[in-house]
Design a protein around this ligand. Structure first.
Ligand code: GLA
Length: 387
């Protein structure tokens, strides 16, 4: 957790006064349901303890003055500027400001310093944490309290779409806004309905192992994956106009089969993964209700297999970590988040935990001559104002 004293004193020394408030928003894990959000399916995330936090005060002008403590980087921009800063931390800030203004929030200039402990490029949603932190803060400062957490999550998502160029789904920002200590959430990304699931897996722990292969969705084939899914939906709609399918959520296995010769083999594999993943999230919910963690783990391995072979968003290092987990008898393991680097998420029995973690670190270091980073998962609260 970020020390608010550090934030406040950095603010004081930079701007010469104490901030009027401090806010924080977390990164997230996802138990299962990957690349299903933009396909209208289900996801199963939870917020984590690691956050991005800011100290902030209105400054009575039209200028935003922002300082990133971690990167020792400073930027100023006018809230009415049409271009905004180039692609850095500050572009996320600019996007959030502009998207809130479009919703009618009377944002004015402000001073801020911010810092975080969500590892960057690890697939733990550091950018969603940044967006959610400022969307929450600016809505509190300038809003009329009419925007729901879901609307604020969408502000973050539109920032990614319109200012960063990543056509992401809603999972990361949703989780960062709605998280609750000790609870995961199952979100239906088509209807926006969600439920909290207490997460107290007796006898098991979740741990992330960060391969430290930088996961970067900007410029990654993430958007291509989304387009593959959209092409399959379009082919199904051509054959079945009555379906009016908006996403892969609206189609079933028989529709997929029918368009096999209409779409590329690659698009077919992408869609096959998504339909399977949709079923796996529901299977996991069912298993959780019965306390059947072995079944949860089985589904996690299947997800990894699909993400690696069919969706092709894994990399050698993540497959290596997944293999070690399997060989070691770990209950479940898979790539977490968008892929192309980042972490595996592992569901590990308590009695295996210490030796598994030690073995994974040792074998990874032997193979790749660098240490992976072990991050125990603690499910924490969503966006909030800090004392
Ligand atoms: C990234 C995106 C999310 C989601 C995941 C994959 O984290 O931001 O919207 O698509 O990848 O599940």
């Amino acid at each position: 957790m970020i020390d608010t004293q550090v934030l406040r004193s950095s603010f004081l020394s930079r701007y010469g006064a104490m901030p009027s408030a401090c806010f924080a928003a977390p990164g997230r894990i996802n138990l299962i349901g990957e690349h299903t959000d933009y396909n209208g399916g289900f996801v199963f995330p939870g917020a984590i303890e690691q956050c991005i936090a800011c100290a902030i005060s209105p400054n009575g002008t039209q200028m935003v003055r922002a300082y990133s403590i971690d990167l020792d980087d400073y930027c100023e921009f006018d809230i009415n500027d049409q271009q905004g800063p180039k692609h850095t931390h500050f572009r996320y800030l600019y996007g959030v400001v502009r998207e809130l203004m479009l919703l009618g929030v009377a944002v004015k200039g402000f001073d801020t310093t911010f810092a975080g402990d969500v590892p960057l490029g690890a697939g733990m949603s550091s950018s969603a944490a940044l967006e959610s932190c400022f969307a929450f803060a600016l809505n509190k400062m300038y809003g009329t309290d009419t925007l729901s957490k879901m609307e604020l999550a969408k502000v973050g998502q539109r920032t990614e779409h319109n200012y960063i160029g990543v056509k992401c789904g809603i999972m990361d920002q949703f989780a960062s806004m709605h998280g609750r200590k000790g609870e995961l959430m199952r979100l239906d990304c088509r209807s926006g309905e969600f439920e909290y699931f207490p997460w107290h897996p007796e006898g098991y722990r979740l741990v992330l192992i960060n391969s430290c292969v930088k996961h970067e969705l900007v410029g990654s084939p993430y958007n291509d994956r989304r387009m593959s899914c959209e092409r399959v939906v379009a082919a199904i709609n051509r054959l079945h106009p009555e379906l009016k399918a908006e996403t892969l959520r609206d189609v079933d296995w028989s529709h997929l089969k029918e368009v096999q010769s209409e779409v590329s083999e690659e698009d077919m594999r992408r869609a096959t993964f998504v339909l399977g993943e949709k079923d796996r999230v529901l299977a996991v919910c069912d298993a959780l209700q019965k306390g059947d963690y072995e079944r949860v783990g089985e589904m996690m391995y299947l997800t990894h297999q699909g993400l690696s072979a069919d969706y092709e968003v894994s990399c050698e290092e993540l497959d290596f970590l997944n293999d070690i987990a399997r060989q070691y008898g770990v209950t479940g393991s898979r790539i977490m988040g968008g892929g192309f680097g980042g972490c595996t998420i592992n569901l590990v029995r308590n009695d295996l935990y210490d030796t598994f973690v030690a073995t994974a670190v040792e074998r990874f270091a032997e193979r790749y001559a660098k240490q992976p980073i072990v991050i125990p998962v603690v499910i924490g609260d969503g966006a909030r104002q800090l004392e």
